[in-house]
Ligand binder design. Structure first.
Ligand code: FCB
Length: 449
Protein backbone atom coordinates (compact mmCIF):
# COMPACT_ATOMS: atom_id res chain seq x y z
CA UNK A 1 0.00 0.00 0.00
CA UNK A 2 1.45 3.41 -0.91
CA UNK A 3 2.09 5.66 2.05
CA UNK A 4 0.10 8.64 0.90
CA UNK A 5 -3.32 10.25 1.01
CA UNK A 6 -5.76 9.53 -1.84
CA UNK A 7 -5.74 12.19 -4.58
CA UNK A 8 -9.29 13.27 -3.81
CA UNK A 9 -8.72 13.45 -0.03
CA UNK A 10 -10.63 16.44 1.35
CA UNK A 11 -8.73 18.92 3.53
CA UNK A 12 -10.71 21.32 5.65
CA UNK A 13 -11.14 23.14 8.92
CA UNK A 14 -14.11 23.35 11.28
CA UNK A 15 -15.95 25.82 13.52
CA UNK A 16 -19.41 26.03 15.05
CA UNK A 17 -22.01 28.77 15.17
CA UNK A 18 -22.16 29.72 18.83
CA UNK A 19 -18.38 29.48 19.19
CA UNK A 20 -17.51 32.03 16.51
CA UNK A 21 -20.47 34.05 15.26
CA UNK A 22 -21.29 36.55 18.01
CA UNK A 23 -24.36 38.80 17.51
CA UNK A 24 -26.59 36.00 18.79
CA UNK A 25 -29.78 38.03 18.67
CA UNK A 26 -29.12 39.99 15.46
CA UNK A 27 -31.58 40.27 12.60
CA UNK A 28 -34.48 38.65 14.39
CA UNK A 29 -32.70 35.57 15.78
CA UNK A 30 -34.16 33.98 18.89
CA UNK A 31 -32.06 33.23 21.98
CA UNK A 32 -30.54 29.78 22.30
CA UNK A 33 -30.03 27.61 25.35
CA UNK A 34 -26.32 28.56 25.22
CA UNK A 35 -27.19 32.25 25.22
CA UNK A 36 -29.14 31.69 28.41
CA UNK A 37 -26.53 29.40 29.91
CA UNK A 38 -23.68 31.90 29.41
CA UNK A 39 -25.86 34.76 30.66
CA UNK A 40 -26.43 32.88 33.90
CA UNK A 41 -23.43 33.51 36.20
CA UNK A 42 -21.29 30.56 37.25
CA UNK A 43 -21.42 28.39 34.14
CA UNK A 44 -18.38 29.60 32.19
CA UNK A 45 -15.01 29.63 33.99
CA UNK A 46 -13.92 33.07 32.74
CA UNK A 47 -17.45 34.50 32.96
CA UNK A 48 -17.56 35.12 29.21
CA UNK A 49 -20.36 34.67 26.68
CA UNK A 50 -20.71 34.16 22.93
CA UNK A 51 -22.08 37.69 22.49
CA UNK A 52 -19.08 38.76 20.40
CA UNK A 53 -16.91 35.63 20.07
CA UNK A 54 -14.97 36.00 16.77
CA UNK A 55 -17.55 38.45 15.41
CA UNK A 56 -17.80 36.10 12.46
CA UNK A 57 -21.44 37.08 11.89
CA UNK A 58 -20.08 40.41 10.63
CA UNK A 59 -16.59 39.39 9.53
CA UNK A 60 -17.49 36.26 7.58
CA UNK A 61 -16.33 37.73 4.27
CA UNK A 62 -12.79 38.25 5.56
CA UNK A 63 -12.85 34.83 7.16
CA UNK A 64 -13.70 33.17 3.84
CA UNK A 65 -10.79 35.06 2.23
CA UNK A 66 -8.55 33.73 4.98
CA UNK A 67 -9.73 30.17 4.30
CA UNK A 68 -8.94 30.63 0.63
CA UNK A 69 -5.47 31.94 1.47
CA UNK A 70 -4.81 28.81 3.50
CA UNK A 71 -5.96 26.69 0.58
CA UNK A 72 -8.81 25.01 2.46
CA UNK A 73 -10.81 22.70 0.22
CA UNK A 74 -13.73 22.41 2.63
CA UNK A 75 -15.16 24.30 5.56
CA UNK A 76 -17.27 22.66 8.26
CA UNK A 77 -19.58 25.05 10.09
CA UNK A 78 -22.90 24.80 11.88
CA UNK A 79 -26.18 26.60 11.55
CA UNK A 80 -27.77 28.32 14.53
CA UNK A 81 -31.28 26.86 14.64
CA UNK A 82 -32.62 29.96 16.42
CA UNK A 83 -31.41 32.27 13.64
CA UNK A 84 -33.48 30.28 11.15
CA UNK A 85 -36.47 29.64 13.42
CA UNK A 86 -36.41 32.14 16.31
CA UNK A 87 -39.06 30.13 18.17
CA UNK A 88 -37.51 26.83 17.17
CA UNK A 89 -40.50 26.00 14.97
CA UNK A 90 -43.09 27.83 12.93
CA UNK A 91 -42.12 31.25 11.60
CA UNK A 92 -38.97 31.25 9.42
CA UNK A 93 -36.59 34.20 9.80
CA UNK A 94 -35.42 34.89 6.25
CA UNK A 95 -32.59 37.14 7.43
CA UNK A 96 -31.10 34.32 9.47
CA UNK A 97 -31.19 31.94 6.52
CA UNK A 98 -29.73 34.62 4.24
CA UNK A 99 -26.64 34.84 6.41
CA UNK A 100 -25.86 31.18 5.75
CA UNK A 101 -26.87 31.44 2.12
CA UNK A 102 -24.36 34.26 1.54
CA UNK A 103 -21.70 32.30 3.37
CA UNK A 104 -22.32 29.22 1.21
CA UNK A 105 -22.13 31.29 -1.97
CA UNK A 106 -18.89 32.94 -0.87
CA UNK A 107 -17.36 29.54 -0.10
CA UNK A 108 -18.40 28.11 -3.44
CA UNK A 109 -17.03 31.14 -5.28
CA UNK A 110 -13.66 30.39 -3.66
CA UNK A 111 -13.90 26.69 -4.51
CA UNK A 112 -14.37 25.71 -0.83
CA UNK A 113 -16.85 22.93 -0.20
CA UNK A 114 -19.41 23.74 2.51
CA UNK A 115 -19.93 20.99 5.08
CA UNK A 116 -22.95 21.94 7.15
CA UNK A 117 -23.79 20.65 10.63
CA UNK A 118 -27.43 21.25 11.53
CA UNK A 119 -26.98 21.06 15.29
CA UNK A 120 -23.83 21.94 17.19
CA UNK A 121 -25.39 22.32 20.65
CA UNK A 122 -27.29 25.63 20.40
CA UNK A 123 -30.95 24.73 20.87
CA UNK A 124 -33.58 27.49 20.50
CA UNK A 125 -34.53 28.60 24.02
CA UNK A 126 -38.21 28.37 23.08
CA UNK A 127 -37.74 24.63 22.57
CA UNK A 128 -35.72 24.30 25.77
CA UNK A 129 -38.82 25.69 27.49
CA UNK A 130 -40.77 22.77 26.08
CA UNK A 131 -38.31 20.25 27.50
CA UNK A 132 -35.74 20.42 24.70
CA UNK A 133 -34.15 17.05 23.95
CA UNK A 134 -36.30 15.44 26.63
CA UNK A 135 -39.50 16.06 24.74
CA UNK A 136 -40.18 13.21 22.26
CA UNK A 137 -41.57 15.82 19.82
CA UNK A 138 -38.03 17.14 19.37
CA UNK A 139 -37.53 14.61 16.55
CA UNK A 140 -40.26 16.33 14.52
CA UNK A 141 -39.10 19.82 15.47
CA UNK A 142 -35.60 18.94 14.29
CA UNK A 143 -36.78 17.38 11.02
CA UNK A 144 -38.97 20.43 10.31
CA UNK A 145 -36.02 22.73 10.92
CA UNK A 146 -33.81 20.53 8.73
CA UNK A 147 -36.37 20.74 5.89
CA UNK A 148 -36.31 24.55 6.02
CA UNK A 149 -32.52 24.52 5.76
CA UNK A 150 -32.44 21.86 3.02
CA UNK A 151 -34.93 23.90 1.00
CA UNK A 152 -32.76 27.01 1.26
CA UNK A 153 -29.28 25.51 0.85
CA UNK A 154 -29.76 21.96 -0.40
CA UNK A 155 -29.02 22.84 -4.01
CA UNK A 156 -25.55 24.15 -3.06
CA UNK A 157 -24.39 22.17 -0.01
CA UNK A 158 -22.89 18.77 -0.86
CA UNK A 159 -22.20 17.54 2.66
CA UNK A 160 -24.48 17.52 5.68
CA UNK A 161 -24.23 16.30 9.23
CA UNK A 162 -27.30 16.11 11.43
CA UNK A 163 -25.82 16.33 14.93
CA UNK A 164 -22.44 17.18 16.36
CA UNK A 165 -21.39 14.89 19.20
CA UNK A 166 -24.74 13.78 20.62
CA UNK A 167 -22.78 12.14 23.46
CA UNK A 168 -21.73 15.56 24.75
CA UNK A 169 -25.30 16.90 24.57
CA UNK A 170 -26.39 13.93 26.68
CA UNK A 171 -23.41 13.67 29.05
CA UNK A 172 -22.37 17.31 29.57
CA UNK A 173 -25.87 18.72 29.16
CA UNK A 174 -27.92 16.23 31.16
CA UNK A 175 -25.68 13.96 33.22
CA UNK A 176 -22.79 16.13 34.40
CA UNK A 177 -24.34 19.54 33.95
CA UNK A 178 -21.27 21.36 32.56
CA UNK A 179 -23.10 22.37 29.35
CA UNK A 180 -26.54 23.82 28.65
CA UNK A 181 -29.09 23.06 29.99
CA UNK A 182 -26.90 22.17 33.00
CA UNK A 183 -28.90 19.20 34.28
CA UNK A 184 -27.53 16.36 36.39
CA UNK A 185 -30.12 13.65 36.04
CA UNK A 186 -29.41 9.97 35.27
CA UNK A 187 -33.00 9.46 34.28
CA UNK A 188 -32.84 12.20 31.67
CA UNK A 189 -29.55 11.20 30.03
CA UNK A 190 -30.59 7.97 28.25
CA UNK A 191 -33.89 9.49 27.13
CA UNK A 192 -32.05 12.48 25.70
CA UNK A 193 -29.64 10.14 23.89
CA UNK A 194 -32.55 8.26 22.34
CA UNK A 195 -34.36 11.43 21.27
CA UNK A 196 -31.15 12.74 19.70
CA UNK A 197 -30.91 9.57 17.63
CA UNK A 198 -34.58 9.73 16.69
CA UNK A 199 -34.15 13.33 15.58
CA UNK A 200 -31.06 12.41 13.58
CA UNK A 201 -32.84 9.59 11.75
CA UNK A 202 -35.87 11.81 10.97
CA UNK A 203 -33.59 14.47 9.51
CA UNK A 204 -31.80 11.90 7.35
CA UNK A 205 -35.13 10.65 6.01
CA UNK A 206 -36.23 14.23 5.38
CA UNK A 207 -33.07 14.87 3.39
CA UNK A 208 -33.45 11.78 1.24
CA UNK A 209 -37.06 12.77 0.51
CA UNK A 210 -35.81 15.97 -1.20
CA UNK A 211 -34.91 15.98 -4.89
CA UNK A 212 -31.38 17.25 -4.16
CA UNK A 213 -31.12 14.72 -1.33
CA UNK A 214 -29.69 12.39 -3.96
CA UNK A 215 -26.93 14.83 -4.88
CA UNK A 216 -25.30 15.34 -1.51
CA UNK A 217 -24.15 13.19 1.35
CA UNK A 218 -25.60 13.09 4.83
CA UNK A 219 -24.13 11.63 8.00
CA UNK A 220 -23.59 12.21 11.70
CA UNK A 221 -20.61 13.45 13.71
CA UNK A 222 -19.62 11.55 16.86
CA UNK A 223 -16.80 12.06 19.33
CA UNK A 224 -14.88 8.87 19.99
CA UNK A 225 -12.30 8.30 22.68
CA UNK A 226 -10.67 4.87 22.62
CA UNK A 227 -10.55 3.19 26.01
CA UNK A 228 -7.51 1.11 26.94
CA UNK A 229 -7.67 -0.96 30.12
CA UNK A 230 -5.22 0.16 32.80
CA UNK A 231 -4.46 -3.46 33.73
CA UNK A 232 -5.43 -7.08 33.12
CA UNK A 233 -7.55 -7.10 36.28
CA UNK A 234 -11.10 -8.16 35.48
CA UNK A 235 -12.44 -5.09 37.30
CA UNK A 236 -10.45 -2.76 35.02
CA UNK A 237 -11.40 -4.76 31.93
CA UNK A 238 -15.09 -4.55 32.82
CA UNK A 239 -14.81 -0.82 33.56
CA UNK A 240 -13.17 -0.35 30.16
CA UNK A 241 -16.05 -2.16 28.46
CA UNK A 242 -18.57 0.04 30.28
CA UNK A 243 -16.70 3.23 29.43
CA UNK A 244 -16.41 2.14 25.81
CA UNK A 245 -20.13 1.30 25.60
CA UNK A 246 -21.08 4.61 27.18
CA UNK A 247 -18.89 6.82 25.05
CA UNK A 248 -18.09 5.00 21.80
CA UNK A 249 -20.88 2.53 21.12
CA UNK A 250 -23.94 4.27 22.61
CA UNK A 251 -24.69 6.19 19.41
CA UNK A 252 -23.11 4.08 16.66
CA UNK A 253 -24.50 0.69 17.76
CA UNK A 254 -28.16 1.73 17.37
CA UNK A 255 -27.41 3.40 14.02
CA UNK A 256 -25.51 0.45 12.54
CA UNK A 257 -26.39 -2.62 14.58
CA UNK A 258 -29.95 -1.88 15.64
CA UNK A 259 -29.64 -1.81 19.43
CA UNK A 260 -27.97 -0.18 22.41
CA UNK A 261 -24.93 -1.86 24.00
CA UNK A 262 -25.87 -4.27 26.81
CA UNK A 263 -23.59 -2.44 29.25
CA UNK A 264 -25.92 0.58 29.28
CA UNK A 265 -28.55 -1.38 31.20
CA UNK A 266 -25.97 -2.15 33.85
CA UNK A 267 -24.74 1.45 33.90
CA UNK A 268 -28.15 3.06 34.26
CA UNK A 269 -30.02 0.44 36.24
CA UNK A 270 -33.55 1.63 36.99
CA UNK A 271 -32.89 4.82 35.00
CA UNK A 272 -32.67 2.84 31.74
CA UNK A 273 -35.81 3.51 29.65
CA UNK A 274 -35.76 0.40 27.37
CA UNK A 275 -36.82 2.00 24.07
CA UNK A 276 -39.45 0.09 22.05
CA UNK A 277 -38.25 -2.12 19.16
CA UNK A 278 -40.13 -0.11 16.53
CA UNK A 279 -38.26 3.01 17.57
CA UNK A 280 -34.93 1.21 17.53
CA UNK A 281 -35.68 -0.10 14.08
CA UNK A 282 -36.35 3.41 12.77
CA UNK A 283 -32.87 4.55 13.81
CA UNK A 284 -31.14 2.35 11.25
CA UNK A 285 -31.30 4.84 8.43
CA UNK A 286 -28.30 4.24 6.10
CA UNK A 287 -25.62 6.93 6.34
CA UNK A 288 -23.38 8.24 3.59
CA UNK A 289 -20.54 8.84 6.04
CA UNK A 290 -19.62 9.02 9.68
CA UNK A 291 -17.70 12.03 10.95
CA UNK A 292 -15.34 11.29 13.82
CA UNK A 293 -14.08 13.91 16.24
CA UNK A 294 -10.93 12.67 17.89
CA UNK A 295 -8.84 14.46 20.52
CA UNK A 296 -7.52 11.97 23.05
CA UNK A 297 -7.77 8.49 24.52
CA UNK A 298 -8.42 7.20 28.01
CA UNK A 299 -6.50 4.62 30.01
CA UNK A 300 -9.37 3.27 32.06
CA UNK A 301 -9.66 1.71 35.50
CA UNK A 302 -12.47 0.57 37.74
CA UNK A 303 -13.69 3.42 39.94
CA UNK A 304 -16.84 2.71 41.97
CA UNK A 305 -17.15 6.40 42.92
CA UNK A 306 -17.35 7.63 39.32
CA UNK A 307 -20.99 6.88 38.85
CA UNK A 308 -22.94 5.88 36.87
CA UNK A 309 -20.25 4.39 34.59
CA UNK A 310 -17.92 3.49 37.47
CA UNK A 311 -14.84 4.00 35.29
CA UNK A 312 -11.93 6.33 35.92
CA UNK A 313 -9.07 7.72 33.88
CA UNK A 314 -5.47 6.93 34.79
CA UNK A 315 -3.32 9.94 33.93
CA UNK A 316 -0.23 9.10 31.89
CA UNK A 317 2.44 11.38 33.39
CA UNK A 318 5.08 10.42 30.86
CA UNK A 319 3.00 11.62 27.93
CA UNK A 320 2.38 15.19 26.82
CA UNK A 321 -0.98 16.79 27.66
CA UNK A 322 -2.72 19.73 26.05
CA UNK A 323 -4.11 22.77 27.87
CA UNK A 324 -7.33 20.79 28.31
CA UNK A 325 -5.21 18.20 30.13
CA UNK A 326 -5.98 15.78 27.33
CA UNK A 327 -3.24 13.22 26.72
CA UNK A 328 -1.56 13.51 23.33
CA UNK A 329 -1.77 9.99 21.89
CA UNK A 330 -1.86 9.91 18.07
CA UNK A 331 -1.90 6.11 17.73
CA UNK A 332 -5.43 6.08 19.18
CA UNK A 333 -6.61 7.92 16.06
CA UNK A 334 -5.38 5.04 13.90
CA UNK A 335 -6.91 2.60 16.36
CA UNK A 336 -10.31 4.28 16.49
CA UNK A 337 -10.63 4.59 12.71
CA UNK A 338 -9.76 0.93 12.20
CA UNK A 339 -12.09 -0.06 15.07
CA UNK A 340 -15.07 1.74 13.48
CA UNK A 341 -14.34 0.02 10.17
CA UNK A 342 -14.09 -3.40 11.83
CA UNK A 343 -17.18 -3.03 13.97
CA UNK A 344 -19.57 -1.21 11.65
CA UNK A 345 -18.28 -2.08 8.18
CA UNK A 346 -16.30 -0.10 5.63
CA UNK A 347 -18.40 3.06 5.85
CA UNK A 348 -16.83 6.26 4.44
CA UNK A 349 -15.24 8.19 7.31
CA UNK A 350 -14.10 11.75 7.80
CA UNK A 351 -12.12 13.12 10.70
CA UNK A 352 -14.47 16.05 11.29
CA UNK A 353 -12.49 17.47 14.24
CA UNK A 354 -8.97 17.02 15.50
CA UNK A 355 -6.68 19.58 17.07
CA UNK A 356 -5.29 20.90 20.32
CA UNK A 357 -5.45 23.75 22.78
CA UNK A 358 -1.97 24.95 23.71
CA UNK A 359 -1.04 28.24 25.25
CA UNK A 360 -0.76 31.17 22.84
CA UNK A 361 -0.44 34.79 23.97
CA UNK A 362 -3.57 37.00 23.81
CA UNK A 363 -1.94 39.23 21.17
CA UNK A 364 0.17 38.09 18.25
CA UNK A 365 3.62 39.55 19.01
CA UNK A 366 5.13 41.09 15.92
CA UNK A 367 2.39 39.70 13.72
CA UNK A 368 3.32 36.04 14.20
CA UNK A 369 2.36 33.16 16.48
CA UNK A 370 4.79 30.31 16.83
CA UNK A 371 2.96 27.21 18.08
CA UNK A 372 5.37 24.28 17.77
CA UNK A 373 3.35 22.01 20.06
CA UNK A 374 0.25 22.39 17.88
CA UNK A 375 2.31 21.81 14.71
CA UNK A 376 3.66 18.59 16.23
CA UNK A 377 0.14 17.54 17.27
CA UNK A 378 -1.15 17.98 13.72
CA UNK A 379 1.85 16.28 12.13
CA UNK A 380 1.63 13.24 14.37
CA UNK A 381 -2.17 12.89 14.08
CA UNK A 382 -2.11 13.27 10.31
CA UNK A 383 0.48 10.52 10.13
CA UNK A 384 -1.80 8.43 12.33
CA UNK A 385 -4.70 9.10 9.94
CA UNK A 386 -2.52 8.01 7.03
CA UNK A 387 -1.69 4.76 8.83
CA UNK A 388 -5.41 4.07 9.11
CA UNK A 389 -5.78 4.54 5.34
CA UNK A 390 -2.87 2.14 4.80
CA UNK A 391 -4.68 -0.35 7.02
CA UNK A 392 -7.72 -0.22 4.72
CA UNK A 393 -9.94 2.44 6.30
CA UNK A 394 -12.05 4.42 3.82
CA UNK A 395 -11.01 7.79 5.23
CA UNK A 396 -12.07 10.54 2.84
CA UNK A 397 -11.08 13.77 4.55
CA UNK A 398 -9.79 15.63 7.58
CA UNK A 399 -10.96 18.83 9.29
CA UNK A 400 -8.73 20.70 11.70
CA UNK A 401 -10.39 22.00 14.86
CA UNK A 402 -10.42 24.84 14.68
CA UNK A 403 -10.01 27.46 11.99
CA UNK A 404 -10.12 30.20 14.64
CA UNK A 405 -9.47 30.54 18.34
CA UNK A 406 -13.00 30.74 19.71
CA UNK A 407 -15.46 30.40 22.58
CA UNK A 408 -14.64 27.01 24.09
CA UNK A 409 -17.96 26.38 25.87
CA UNK A 410 -17.54 26.11 29.66
CA UNK A 411 -13.92 27.32 29.34
CA UNK A 412 -14.84 30.55 27.56
CA UNK A 413 -11.89 32.13 25.77
CA UNK A 414 -9.27 30.52 27.98
CA UNK A 415 -8.50 27.65 25.59
CA UNK A 416 -7.14 28.40 22.14
CA UNK A 417 -7.72 25.68 19.54
CA UNK A 418 -7.30 27.81 16.41
CA UNK A 419 -4.76 27.42 13.64
CA UNK A 420 -5.52 31.12 13.22
CA UNK A 421 -4.96 33.30 16.27
CA UNK A 422 -7.73 35.70 17.25
CA UNK A 423 -6.95 38.75 19.36
CA UNK A 424 -10.25 39.10 21.19
CA UNK A 425 -9.68 42.80 21.91
CA UNK A 426 -9.08 43.85 18.30
CA UNK A 427 -10.56 40.83 16.41
CA UNK A 428 -7.25 40.71 14.51
CA UNK A 429 -6.71 37.32 12.84
CA UNK A 430 -3.13 35.99 12.57
CA UNK A 431 -2.40 32.61 11.01
CA UNK A 432 -0.21 30.65 13.44
CA UNK A 433 2.74 28.52 12.36
CA UNK A 434 0.30 25.58 12.50
CA UNK A 435 -1.85 27.27 9.83
CA UNK A 436 1.22 27.63 7.59
CA UNK A 437 2.10 24.02 8.24
CA UNK A 438 -1.43 22.85 7.48
CA UNK A 439 -1.56 24.96 4.31
CA UNK A 440 1.53 23.10 3.11
CA UNK A 441 -0.07 19.76 4.02
CA UNK A 442 -3.01 20.70 1.83
CA UNK A 443 -0.86 22.02 -1.02
CA UNK A 444 1.24 18.85 -1.12
CA UNK A 445 -1.62 16.48 -0.24
CA UNK A 446 0.30 15.36 2.82
CA UNK A 447 3.63 14.77 1.07
CA UNK A 448 5.37 16.92 3.73
CA UNK A 449 4.30 14.63 6.56
C1 FCB B 1 -15.57 19.18 20.58
C2 FCB B 1 -16.63 20.14 20.09
C3 FCB B 1 -16.08 21.45 19.60
C4 FCB B 1 -14.94 21.93 20.45
C5 FCB B 1 -13.90 20.85 20.58
C6 FCB B 1 -12.67 21.25 21.35
O1 FCB B 1 -16.10 18.33 21.54
O2 FCB B 1 -17.38 19.56 19.06
O3 FCB B 1 -17.15 22.37 19.55
O4 FCB B 1 -15.41 22.35 21.66
O5 FCB B 1 -14.47 19.74 21.21
Amino acid sequence: MPSRFPNDFLWGAATSAYQIEGSPLADGAGPSNWHRFTHTPGHVTDGSTGDVACDHYRRWGGDVTLMAELGLQAYRFSIAWARVLPEGRGQVNAKGLDFYSRLVDALLTRGIRPNVTLYHWDLPAALADRGGWLNPDVADWFADYARVVYAALGDRVPMWATLNEPWVVMDAGHLNGGHAPGHRDWFEAPRVAHNLLRAHAEAVRAYRAEAHGRLGQIGIVVNLEPKYAASDREADQAATRRADAYMNRQFLDPLFLGGYPEELREIYGEAWPEPPDAELHALREPLDFVGINYYTRSVTCDDPRARPVRAGRVRQPRHAHTEMDWEVYPQALTDVLTWVTRRYGRVPLYVTENGAAFYDPPSADGGAVDDPLRVAYYRDHLRAARRAIEAGVDLRGYFAWSLLDNFEWGYGYSKRFGIVHVDFTTQQRTPKASARFYAEVIRSNGANL
